[in-house]
Design a protein around this ligand. Sequence first.
Ligand SMILES: Nc1ncnc2c1ncn2[C@@H]1O[C@H](COP(=O)(O)OP(=O)(O)O)[C@@H](O)[C@H]1O
Ligand SMILES: [Mg+2]
Length: 270
Amino acid sequence: MSQVLELSDVTVRRGGTEILSHVSWQVSRGQRWVIMGANGAGKTTLMQVCSGYMHPTSGQASILGYQVGKTDMRELRTLVGISSAAVAALLPASETVFDSVQTAAYGITGRWRERYDEVDRSRAHELISAWGLLTLANRRIGNLSEGERKRVSIARALMCDPELLILDEPAAGLDVGGREDLVARLAILAGDQASPSLVLVTHHVEEIPPNFTHALLIKSGQICAMGEVPEVISSEPMSQAFDMPLVVEYSDGRWYAQGKSPSRGRRAKD
Ligand SMILES: Nc1ncnc2c1ncn2[C@@H]1O[C@H](COP(=O)(O)OP(=O)(O)O)[C@@H](O)[C@H]1O
Ligand SMILES: [Mg+2]
C-alpha cells in the first residue's frame, strides 16, 4: 500500500462556503501527526474527509489506498479508528464501559444480540486496562467523568485494531489532571511501534504529547505550515496560524505558548 493518507488538492464547499481549500497532504505509515488551528479553521472537516465520512467537493482523497468516492466506505470503517465529541455523543448512557469498548468490534454502539468471542473479550479487557478503566469496567457511561469518557472513546476507537487512529480534540473539556493523564497515555501510544498511524487534533501546544513526529497548521481551510514538529510548532508559523504574535517554547518534551507583548517584545503576563 502507498500512503496511509493521500490528499491531493482537496476542496470542501458547504452552503457556498469553502471550508477546506486546495489541501494536499500525505501521511506515511507510522507517522504521528498533530493538527492545530483556531476554532473554525477546518480541522474537524479535514478529519471527516480523512475518515471517509465526508467526500471532497473537488480533489482526491485516498485512505489506506482506498479512494474516497470510489470505494465502499464501510470497508474502511474497521481500518480507521476515530474518537471525537460526535462519536462519544453516540455512546448510550446506560451501557457499561466494557460493553461500550467491546461493541466497537462490530462498529456499532449499543449492545443487541451480537455474539462476542474470547478474542473480542480479551482485546476489550486489554484496552480497558491500558486506558486506566479496569475498575470502571461495569460502570455505566452516563456516570463517568469527562476524562473517563474520553478514555473509553479512545479505547473503543482502538478496538478494531485500526491502521489509522484519528483523535479529534481528545483533551477538550478536561481539567489539568485529566489532561496530563491523557497526554502521558498518548505519549505511550505514540511511542509504541505497534500502534497505528496517529492524527491528533488539538487547540493547545501544551496538549502535544512527546513522541509525535509531524505537525500541520490550518487556517481558514488552508494549510499554512506542515512538517516535522520542531519546525512547525515554533513561534513564527504558530503566530501566523493563530493570527497573533506568539512565543512558543519547548522544554523537557513539552511545548508552551504565550502571547507576545507588543510593547516590550516580551511575553505578556496572562
Ligand atoms: N455543513 C456545514 N455547512 C456550512 N458550514 C459548515 C459546515 N460544517 C462546518 N462548517 C463551517 O466550516 C468551518 C470549519 O468547521 P470545522 O471543520 O468544524 O472547524 P474546526 O474543527 O477547526 O473548529 C466553520 O466555520 C464551520 O462553521
Ligand atoms: Mg473541530
